[in-house]
Write a new protein. Structure first.
Length: 232
C-alpha cells in the first residue's frame, strides 16, 4: 500500500515548526560511524556505517526550502570521497501530521530529491515505506518537507534504503561478486547477528563500505561489535 501525501495548511505547518523549535531538538549527522574499518584480508578494510535518516535534494527543491540561489554548505565529510553532511536540515511531516525535525541533507546535490528513513520512522509518520535501492522512486510515497524559506509537497521519493555494500572492482574480484549480487554481513559480538541480502553496488572509485539503517544498527548494537565480515 502506498500512503498518499498529506495536505497541510500553512497554519498547521507553522504550528508544528513552532513546537519543534520550542523543544529545541537536534538532528542526526546522516551517517554515523560505529567502529573503525576492519581488516578482511582483501585489498581494502571493511567499514560498516549506520545510515541515519537523511535526504538528498535537487537544486529546485533546495531553493524552495532555503531560498533562491541556495547551495549546500559542508558540515563534515563522510566516509566516501566527495560526500558530506551539510549544515542544512529540514522537517519531515507525514500523513498523521507528526513531524520528524532537523533531518539532515547529504551532499553533493542530486538530480532528484529522496528521503531515506527507517521502518520505525515510517511507523511514527504513518508512511508505509517501500524497501528500495537508492534512486528507485516509482510508486513510492511522498511527504511534506519544511525548510526555513518554504515547504514543498514531495510527491514521491520516500523509501527505506536496502542494506547494501559499496565496492570497487578490486573488492568485487576479491569476494567473487558482481554489481547487483547479494551478500550476507556477519556482525560478531554480544548482540551478534547476520544480515542477509545486502546488494552489491559498484563504483570504480569507492571505498569498501556497508550501509545499514538505525533499526539494524540498534538490533546488533554495532558499537559493541567484536568483528564484521562479508560472505557470499
Amino acid at each position: 500500500m502506498v500512503t498518499t501525501t498529506p495536505n497541510l495548511d500553512r497554519g498547521r505547518i507553522e504550528q508544528l515548526v513552532r513546537e519543534v523549535l520550542r523543544d529545541r531538538l537536534t538532528g542526526h549527522i546522516g551517517r554515523e560511524p560505529a567502529a573503525p574499518p576492519q581488516p578482511n584480508g582483501g585489498p581494502n578494510a571493511l567499514m560498516v556505517n549506520v545510515s541515519a535518516r537523511h535526504l538528498h535534494v535537487n537544486q529546485s527543491d533546495l531553493e524552495a526550502l532555503f531560498g533562491p540561489g541556495s547551495a549546500l554548505t559542508k558540515l563534515r565529510d563522510l566516509y566516501q570521497d566527495g560526500e558530506f553532511a551539510s549544515e542544512q536540515t529540514v522537517n519531515i511531516v507525514g500523513p498523521r501530521h507528526r513531524m520528524i525535525p532537523n533531518v539532515r541533507i547529504l551532499g553533493p546535490r542530486r538530480e532528484y530529491t529522496q528521503v531515506e528513513l527507517s521502518y520505525t520512522d515510517g511507523i511514527f509518520l504513518g508512511i508505509d515505506l517501500p524497501l528500495r535501492i537508492s534512486g528507485n522512486h516509482e510508486g513510492t510515497p511522498g511527504c511534506v518537507l519544511v525548510g526555513p524559506h518554504g515547504a514543498i509537497n514531495l510527491r514521491q521519493g520516500v523509501i527505506r534504503a536496502e542494506r547494501h555494500v559499496h565496492m570497487c572492482q578490486d573488492d568485487m574480484a576479491y569476494y567473487g561478486v558482481q554489481d547487483g549480487d547479494r551478500m550476507n554481513l556477519r556482525i560478531d559480538g554480544p548482540c551478534g547477528v547476520t544480515f542477509e541480502r545486502l546488494t552489491v553496488r559498484f563504483h570504480p572509485r569507492v571505498r569498501l563500505e556497508v550501509h545499514i539503517d538505525t533499526d539494524e544498527g540498534n538490533a546488533c548494537n554495532l558499537t559493541s561489535a567484536t568483528g564484521m565480515r562479508l560472505m557470499k
